[in-house]
Design a protein. Structure first.
Length: 242
């Protein structure tokens, strides 16, 4: 296995900028919302109204009924109660679907992708994370599979976030970060380990945030061969479950 340094010391640059006009996370480390920051109660009330309108509050992820364990749930209204240690990550729970822009490092070209992220829990003090994306054309038609990752979110009493991710391309990453406010979270890799057969993987920074329309937006910057961060992924995902 090969270990690469993380992004925490990559010039101390902020996570990549994205257009604040779309309400996506901005490069200054906050969620851009036209200068107004909503209270936590307001965000919850607006999310509840959107869930009623879209029907997402009635949905949940499939489960196995014959296991002697609490079932995973991506809907806070159903299943086990969320562990109180996870309240700072509560807005992430759900199934999120949408589209984004990526940069293919090998081909040095940009491309469109669609994505589904499942953030669930079973009452224990961690969140389960599963993400799948696929390349799409200009008409949003499927072209081919893209990236796949799975892992776990944890957060300590000092609000230090740990995100442990395994990538299908053959690498494991450990991110550390902190909540920026009640609805945004910033992380950077501390360790990246590549398997013998995996693709080269260097450090990264990620910024996630709920934007004013309730969608989950994020940007990822990754360390390039020159040691500088470059924009790798960005997307805006609508809640499908929860």
């Amino acid at each position: 296995m090969t270990s690469h340094p993380g992004a925490g010391d990559a010039g101390n640059e902020p996570v990549g900028a994205a257009s604040s006009g779309d309400g996506v996370p901005s490069g200054d480390g906050v969620v851009a919302d036209g200068g107004a920051h909503r209270s936590g109660d307001e965000a919850i009330n607006q999310a509840e109204a959107r869930a009623v309108e879209s029907g997402s509050r009635e949905r949940n992820i499939p489960t196995w009924d014959d296991l002697p364990l609490p079932a995973d749930t991506a809907n806070l209204r159903l299943g086990a109660d969320l562990h109180p240690g996870l309240l700072a990550l509560l807005p992430l729970v759900g199934v999120w679907r949408g589209e984004g822009e990526g940069h293919d490092v090998d081909a040095d070209t940009d491309y469109h992708f669609a994505q589904q992220i499942v953030v669930s829990h079973d009452g224990q003090n961690f969140l389960t994370w599963e993400s799948r994306s696929w390349v799409i054309d200009d008409d949003a038609a499927f072209v081919r599979p893209d990236l796949r990752e799975s892992g776990f979110w944890r957060i300590g009493e000092d609000d230090t976030i740990e995100l442990l991710l395994a990538h299908a391309e053959g690498s494991v990453e450990l991110f550390y970060g902190t909540p920026l406010n009640q609805t945004s979270w910033e992380l950077a890799t501390d360790v990246v380990i590549k398997s013998q057969s995996g693709r080269r993987a260097d450090g990264a920074k990620r910024l996630y945030g709920l934007v004013p329309d309730g969608d989950l937006a994020y940007v990822e910057e990754r360390v390039g061969t020159d040691g500088d961060l470059f924009p790798r992924l960005s997307a805006k995902l609508r809640r499908h479950v929860g």
